[in-house]
Design a protein around this ligand. Structure first.
Ligand code: SOE
Length: 385
């Protein structure tokens, strides 16, 4: 299958190549939670949101009015192709990520596309190639990488302070789909893709594991389940998973386990990663991102982001003094700042790109295949051209 091109949030066409100016002028496509978050991030880093498109003229107009964006569009391609747009932020439901990203690259724009990059790995691979051939910056917001203490964990692993890595575990738990009456476009495989819990949040966990450790998952053994066979007010049959439990092995010799859930009462957005090596262990918790737990045989304690020995990559992401908590929105702000630096020709460390989106699409397919076959599945590697 190849990427379907769109002219509106529903039809198809070809697109032209445009010159890219130097300043960060963004188009935001999508008017939900992610559209808002990206809009704030662009502005927080000195950029301008020059226009917004939504799934209807009304949604675009009310988003524009709420956020002071003068020009609003019902047709995303009209927005994407405007000469005053440098970077297109794709914040739509999942099935439109690939076609809109492709249209943006073809129009000569840089792209920040929400995850999943595509609902099939073959399409994500086409996007990686298209981004490479375009020479444009192409980012997938695995934003938890931008917590300073996630960077600190990565720096400590790279510096050898935990020794040879042996074990990783943790999970990503939410509860917003706990009631079978709870519904969302993510539940529908046509809009959201064949995997829901893994695709939506398990992908973040795997990205965090591979980012922090620099290691790669090479095989998985997974189970998936649902709390109900129907969802929503009309009791629609549901095929996507609420829960995933998987174990894995890595190229570097780690073994590990992870649990992913959108139905764990009381858990709102708990991404926890614990890695252990021959010398020490580290725990990062996305809901307590101001600290890192560092354990050792001789000494165990909490590392705060005002630690005098903080790594340069963590320190550069510290924006306010300790005691003034940084969080989720700050991660998006930092991601957009680094995207801007890449657009200007720089190479910011740890910017998640389309190859990272392809990586999690490949992992998602391995997880689903393993659960279906009730056995171990090898995870192929991903080339970043
Ligand atoms: C909803 O599950 C959601 O907004 C995800 O789509 C995001 O990726 C995650 O950061 C928070 O939860």
């Amino acid at each position: 299958m190849s990427v379907r091109k769109v002219t509106s949030l529903g039809e198809a066409t070809d697109s032209a190549v445009a010159a890219v100016p130097e300043t960060y002028r963004a188009a935001v496509v999508g008017t939900g939670f992610m559209g808002r978050t990206h809009t704030h991030a662009v502005r927080a880093t000195g950029g301008e949101v020059v226009g917004v498109a939504g799934s209807s003229a009304d949604k675009a107009a009310s988003f524009g009015a709420a956020h002071g964006i003068g020009r609003t569009h019902a047709d995303p391609l009209e927005l994407i192709r405007r000469d005053d747009v440098d970077v297109v932020h794709v914040c739509t439901p999942n099935h439109l990520h690939a076609p809109l990203s492709l249209a943006a690259l073809e129009a000569g724009k840089h792209v920040v596309c929400e995850k999943p990059l595509a609902t099939e790995s073959s399409i994500a691979r086409e996007l990686v190639t298209a981004a490479h051939e375009s020479g444009r910056v192409a980012v997938v917001p695995f934003v938890y990488r931008f917590h300073p203490m996630a960077r600190e964990a990565r720096a400590r692993v790279a510096a050898g302070s935990v020794g040879r890595l042996t074990l990783a575990h943790g999970g990503y738990l939410q509860d917003w789909l706990l009631d079978p009456a709870d519904d969302n476009w993510r539940v529908d495989p046509v809009l959201g893709g064949p995997t829901r819990a893994f695709g939506d949040i398990g992908s973040h966990w795997c990205d965090m594991l591979e980012f922090v450790t620099g290691d790669r998952i090479t095989a998985v053994s997974a189970q998936t389940s649902r709390i109900s066979e129907t969802r929503g007010a009309g009791s629609r049959p549901v095929t996507t998973e609420d829960l995933v439990a998987f174990q894995f092995s890595t190229a570097g010799g780690m073994v590990g386990t992870s649990v992913i859930s959108q139905v764990s009462p009381g858990r709102k957005n708990q991404l926890v990663l614990e890695v252990s090596g021959t010398e020490g262990s580290l725990v990062f918790d996305q809901e307590r991102p101001e600290t890192l737990w560092a354990g050792g045989r001789e000494r165990t304690g909490i590392v705060s982001r005002d630690d005098p020995g903080l790594s340069p990559d963590a320190a550069r992401l510290v924006k306010v003094p300790v005691g003034h908590p940084q969080g989720y929105q700050d991660c998006f702000n930092a991601l957009v700042a680094d995207t801007g630096a890449a657009v200007a020709g720089g190479s910011p460390d740890g910017l998640p790109v389309f190859a990272d989106g392809l990586r999690t699409a490949v992992l998602a397919e391995a997880v689903l295949e393993s659960a279906r076959a009730r056995g171990w599945v090898d995870v192929p590697g991903v080339e970043d051209p």
